[in-house]
Design a protein around this ligand. Structure first.
Ligand SMILES: [Zn+2]
Length: 326
């Protein structure tokens, strides 16, 4: 199936009152698992790669992007390619050549005025080149001259009026907002501010994006979609599934050396996680809130065999980064 645009998937999901899931890709197995999970549900999805993941691949986007595009072409459901948490203008500008129809340009570490200026530039360039641009309002509720806050810091929330002004000043196509989730959470304990999501939906004309969704319980995610969240970013949950399956296999087979032995169950575990989240964000699943069975071990709901979601799955064992959690 040909690649589709993130813009198209987000618009369709918004019109239908559904969420569209965007999963972070680190290795080829992630991309294959996302396609397999999406095919199992018959629903579209977004494959996204963060600037941090590009850095992991030696700073070269091309090889992974080519693999993602081929996986998407071979899939029998619509899949889109998205660049996530991009701070490099050079990486932004390389997006179209590598098949990416959308970019999350992240100037959220800058003070408000500079965030607006940098994001407006990115949007202007993006629209001249057919690229849909998502951005994040990072300095939330602060005053001029104050250092920027991480939009995902505990307690930080996006102010609806400021978000509306930001969307108007930058011309962004979608806005990531801080409503209680946090990147790279390995336990699903985040409580979202659903009243704030509704106020943001009324105030901001563009679709809203939830980052850090891996740490949000199933019922909370369903409610978030009902309240107005459209693009739901999921990264850490796949890494939890991947790493949990690898760890379990290696513990049971200490003599194994062929990576296919443990990557196969890891890929299967990620595919089950993908299918779980896609089903969750579907309108019908949302309507059936409370009746869906809890996922079993190695799927999104319970994480690894120990029943907790441990480790962010980042190959380097990094502390929490945007890469881990989208
Ligand atoms: Zn993110």
């Amino acid at each position: 199936m040909p690649l589709v645009a993130t813009a198209e998937l987000v618009a369709a999901a918004r019109a239908a009152g559904r969420g569209v899931a965007a999963f972070n890709v680190i290795t080829l197995e992630h991309a294959e698992a996302i396609a397999a999970g999406a095919e199992a549900t018959g629903r579209p999805a977004v494959l996204q790669v963060s600037q941090n993941a590009v850095r992991f691949h030696g700073g070269r986007l091309g090889p992974l992007a080519a693999a993602m595009a081929e996986v998407a072409h071979a899939a029998d459901v619509p899949l889109a390619l998205h660049l996530d948490h991009v701070t490099s203008v050079e990486l932004l500008r390389s997006a179209p050549a590598h098949g990416f129809g959308s970019v999350m340009f992240d100037a959220s570490a800058l003070p408000y005025a500079r965030n607006v200026a940098a994001t407006a530039d990115a949007v202007r360039w993006g629209h001249e080149h057919g690229v849909w641009v998502e951005a994040e309002l990072g300095r939330v509720g602060g005053k001029d001259g104050e250092p920027p806050l991480d939009a995902h810091a505990p307690g930080v929330r996006t102010d609806p009026e400021e978000a509306a002004g930001y969307a108007a000043a930058t011309g962004v196509d979608a806005l990531a907002v801080a409503v209680g989730s946090s990147h790279a959470m390995t336990e699903r304990t985040a409580a979202l501010d659903h009243g704030l999501i509704r106020r943001l939906r009324r105030a901001v004309p563009v679709p809203l994006v939830l980052h850090g969704s891996s740490g949000v319980p199933d019922a909370e995610l369903r409610r978030a979609v009902t309240a107005g969240m459209v693009k739901i970013n999921i990264g850490t949950a796949l890494n939890t599934a991947f790493t949990g399956a690898v760890r379990a296999h290696l513990a049971g087979h200490p003599g194994v050396v062929d990576p296919r032995r443990y990557l196969a169950p890891a890929r299967d575990a990620m595919a089950r996680t993908v299918a779980h989240f896609i089903g969750l964000l579907d309108g019908e699943a949302a309507a059936a809130d409370g009746t869906a069975p809890e996922p079993s071990a190695n799927t999104a709901g319970t994480g690894n065999a120990a029943g907790t979601r441990t480790g962010n799955g980042n190959a380097a064992g990094d502390p929490v980064t945007a890469d881990g959690g989208s």
